[in-house]
Design a protein around this ligand. Structure first.
Ligand code: FE
Length: 326
């Protein structure tokens, strides 16, 4: 996640290399763009505020550079800033956008350009929503919306106690491409299992789920997560106790955060006790050691934990979500 300090560093010391470079002559750009598009993207113009419906559109999808079609932003990072220009809080990748100091019009601002073709997009400010705190104020005319198609993947990170259990559940869902056991939400880089089990690093045992949102929705993954572990016991799942076993959901945008809060409200009447699941901004995911991956499948006949703890959870899961399973 980029912060204001990263943006200042890029603008001062140089931008990261783009995945691709697109070069055209001024005449070629003028040929392929309308007058408005050319004025904004190639001559650093600004469109009138509230001149596009794109400000109020939050449908899923990506936003590409109008000039070179490189993906720049994702709808999950889009928010309503009220400024009259489409606003995002992060680019789609750290190297998608490039940053330059802009002293025009008697102001000091940071200009945002497409890092592939140099198209002027708009400016970046430090008054955006948490956790990153950035506001990319972008001309709608510089962007082209790409509607999602089957096969475009999203990821989400959940903790629900021992990751051997959570992994075994999510591996069995239609639309889930990959489940990786790991650690998230702690204070040190690349923690080991030994360090995490000490409870001192602050990490939770989690799974990173890669899924196809056209087959299974973010909401359904949340419902399945909440109803297949106990979200009402603080820092504990059954006999497993410690902050590393806490119930947690990590969000990557304000939009995901509000979806999570809505789903928690929706399911809370079904629980006898209050839900204590932590909802936290995603920062880092570290894969666990190889021997933790695919644990239930590889150890179900060897480790009694699998038959005593994991198998009953899977039974409950099969009963609840038969129609969503592979
Ligand atoms: Fe571009």
């Amino acid at each position: 996640m980029l912060t204001w300090l990263d943006i200042l560093r890029f603008a001062t010391s140089g931008n990261p290399s783009p995945d691709q470079k697109v070069k055209k002559s001024d005449d070629e750009w003028r040929e392929m763009l309308t007058e408005d598009q050319y004025y904004v993207t190639r001559k650093k113009g600004t469109e009138r505020p509230f001149s596009s419906d794109m400000c109020q559109s939050f449908e899923p999808g990506k936003y590409a550079c109008l000039c070179c079609k490189t993906p720049l932003f994702d709808s999950t990072q889009k928010f309503d800033s009220g400024t009259g220009w489409p606003s995002f809080t992060q680019p789609i990748k750290p190297n998608a956008v490039s940053y330059y100091k802009d002293h025009s019009h008697g102001m000091y601002r940071i200009e945002a350009l497409c890092n592939a073709c140099g198209a002027h997009l708009g400016h970046v400010f430090q008054d955006g929503p948490k956790p990153g705190g950035l506001r990319y104020c972008i001309n709608a005319v510089s962007l082209e919306k790409i509607i999602p198609v089957a096969g475009e993947k999203q990821t989400v990170v959940f903790g629900g106690g021992c990751f051997w259990c959570t992994e075994a559940i999510f591996q069995k869902l239609k639309g889930v491409e990959k489940v990786v056991s790991g650690y998230s939400g702690g204070s040190i880089k690349n923690p080991t299992y030994h360090e995490v089990t000490s409870g001192l690093t602050g990490h939770a045992e989690v799974v990173e789920i890669t899924y196809d949102p056209t087959i299974i929705s973010f909401e359904d993954l949340l419902r399945i997560h909440i109803t297949t572990h106990d979200p009402t016991t603080l820092n504990r799942q059954g006999a497993d106790r410690g902050t590393q076993y806490r119930s947690v959901i990590f969000y990557r945008s304000e939009k995901e955060k509000s979806i999570i809060e809505n789903v928690l409200d929706e399911v809370s009447p079904y629980f006898e006790n209050p839900i204590v699941t932590e909802v936290a901004p995603f920062e880092y995911f570290y894969s666990a050691e190889d021997y933790h991956q695919n644990y239930f499948e590889l150890n179900k006949n060897k480790n009694p934990y699998c038959s005593v703890v994991i198998e009953p959870k899977l039974k409950k899961f099969r009963e609840l979500y038969q129609e969503k399973m592979v």
